[in-house]
Design a protein around this ligand. Structure first.
Ligand SMILES: *Cc1c(COP(=O)(O)O)cnc(C)c1O
Length: 416
């Protein structure tokens, strides 16, 4: 299907119109509303069809309207929706057990979003040292390019000036060091340091992958200095990179991990996973959430795991990721004026562009392909994990046409 590229593409606002409505105008929304979804495809009322390599920012792990998720949510809707954490919630107990079985963790706290899961991770790390009689150890070392959410604590952890501006003094307790710089981590450790917090694959920051060797050395450094390693796998977790947790690629065992996005497959659900030792301070009454772990969310989370943890599923994500990497590398070769680099892992890729990233995203959208912008002038490709080879071919053909539209006609690159 062809979507005409009109003059609006030259206008940066074409990518994202500032639409007037009763909503806070905090988002740059594309002027499209979808009425139907099926697998990796989204349809508008007028019947335009888009291949969804945005997945609601890595949330639709099983794509749109997955039959098992729909059936699970329908069944859950006929039972109590919410009982609060004043009572047992069997669906949450079961989901926690399965997360524990699938990972390093011994215990799980459920939240409703990524930022809340990260907040729980931060609190867990701080409280661990308090429980050890060292409450002065509350500081976390974080990394440039990080994104941990939009609450007051998580914008302080992320350290992005754009997100901190105007919101008063940033919450104290975060020391940011350059990306993957072990010496800088070592230099930043003081008697107040409690741990480190990082995304094994930075999502919003521009799909930068921490090298496996760095993660191993960082783990060793944490062990040597009594620090906890907390990973923000809100975007990279739940199979996105071809392993259940991205840190498994490095063979590193963390102490605390935050999950969210893909865990609920579209239903708001976050989780903080920890070893029993790391969570030793999180005792009765120390933390809570009204909605966290409610029956609807945890029933759907369980259905996501039914699929993601099924035999061969993650291996398939990894092999599709290999194919996507290869196809993107070819695209890079064909369009060096548009694409500067391809990076990522599994089904979590970024195209660093030589044109404004919004231009490539807009051109892709004009070709019927949805993507997500990221920092460092990157366009993110985050397809549902249930895609097959044909979706990869289709997406790369559409990207090829989008790049062709953007490539400058004359003037060789590299004159500068
Ligand atoms: C999206 C994201 C968050 C924040 O999640 P919300 O659900 O928006 O609060 C935190 N960390 C990472 C790595 C993310 O990608």
């Amino acid at each position: 299907m062809f979507f005409g590229l009109d003059r609006k593409l030259a206008d940066p606002l074409a990518w994202s119109m500032i639409l007037t409505s009763a909503l806070y105008p905090t988002y740059a929304r594309a002027d499209i509303a979808f009425t139907r979804g099926e697998g990796a495809w989204l349809y508008t009322e007028s019947g335009d069809r888009y291949l969804d390599f945005a997945s609601g920012v890595a949330v639709l792990s099983l794509g749109h309207e997955h039959p098992h998720l729909v059936a699970t949510l329908k069944a859950a809707a006929e039972k109590p929706w919410h009982v609060s954490n004043l009572f047992r919630i069997p669906q949450a107990e079961r989901l926690a057990e399965r997360l524990v079985e699938a990972t390093f963790a011994d215990v799980v706290f459920f939240a409703n979003s990524g930022a809340e899961a990260v907040e729980c991770a931060i609190k867990t790390v701080r409280k661990y040292h308090a429980a050890n009689g060292q409450p002065q150890r509350y500081r976390l070392i974080t990394f440039e390019g990080a994104f941990h959410g939009r609450t007051l604590a998580t914008i302080a952890a992320g350290g992005n000036a754009k997100y901190l501006d105007g919101f008063g003094p940033p919450l104290d307790g975060f020391d940011q060091v350059p990306f993957a710089d072990l010496e800088a981590v070592e230099a930043a450790i003081t008697e107040e340091t409690a741990g480190v917090l990082l995304e094994p694959v930075q999502g919003e920051g521009g799909l930068r992958v921490f090298p496996n060797g760095f993660l191993k050395e960082l783990r060793a450094l944490c062990d040597a200095r009594g620090l906890l390693m907390a990973l923000d796998e809100v975007q990279s977790g739940v199979g996105r990179t071809g392993k259940f947790l991205a840190c498994e690629h490095a063979g590193v065992t963390p102490d605390v991990v935050a999950l969210a996005k893909g865990l609920g497959g579209g239903f708001p659900l976050g989780a903080c996973l920890a070893t029993r030792e790391a969570a030793k301070g999180m005792t009765l009454g120390t933390h809570g959430s009204t909605f966290g772990g409610n029956p609807l969310a945890t029933a759907v989370g369980g259905a996501v795991l039914d699929v993601v943890l099924s035999e061969g599923f993650l291996a398939r994500v990894a092999s599709l990721g290999g194919l996507l990497r290869q196809r993107l590398a070819e695209l890079h070769d064909r369009h060096p004026r548009v694409i500067e680099a391809v990076r990522g892992e599994g089904l979590m890729f970024g195209l660093k562009t030589r044109v404004p990233n919004g231009d490539l995203a807009a051109a892709a959208r004009a070709e019927g392909l949805l993507t997500v912008l990221a920092g460092d002038n990157v366009v993110r490709l985050l397809p549902p994990l249930i895609i097959d080879e044909s979706h990869i071919s289709e997406a790369c053909n559409r990207l090829d046409r989008a790049c062709a539209r953007l490539a400058a006609p004359a003037e060789p690159l590299g004159a500068a």
